[in-house]
Unconditional design. Structure first.
Length: 134
């Protein structure tokens, strides 16, 4: 099934957060990365959505990490998760905290991204954590 432009924009935001976590990419670099995307050139609202997600995650990253960490298995830390798992959880937590969208839709989108970009069973863990966040 083909992705909607909003799903594509969310995925782009996840990639940006991943880059920030992995190589400490700056907000300026990440916004440039979004600007260069031909898929988002025509979809102004989708581009705006991706930019808002990235900015909000970077501004609130430490708060989101605290929220996520409270829901991890005993003995686990946020840093033990892969960078992609962290990015997906951060973007989804941002949406859960700041969006009018139904919680089930946000979690489902995170699960879809985890199935595509993470280890085989990561989606189960992400689903469980997000069900408890916020």
């Amino acid at each position: 099934m083909e992705k909607t432009i909003r799903q594509y924009a969310r995925q782009k935001a996840i990639f940006c957060v991943y880059q920030n976590l992995l190589i400490d990419a700056s907000l300026e670099d990440l916004l440039h990365f979004i600007d260069l995307d031909p898929e988002l050139k025509d979809g102004y609202s989708a581009k705006k959505f991706a930019v808002r997600l990235v900015k909000t995650v970077l501004e609130n990253k430490e708060n989101y990490i605290v929220l996520i960490s409270k829901e991890l298995k005993k003995g686990w830390t946020f840093n033990r998760l892969s960078y992609m798992e962290q990015a997906i959880l951060l973007v989804a937590t941002c949406e859960l905290a700041d969006s009018e969208l139904d919680k089930r839709i946000i979690i489902n989108e995170a699960v879809i991204n985890a199935k595509e970009f993470c280890d085989e069973d990561s989606y189960k863990y992400i689903n469980g954590v997000l069900n408890e966040v916020i």
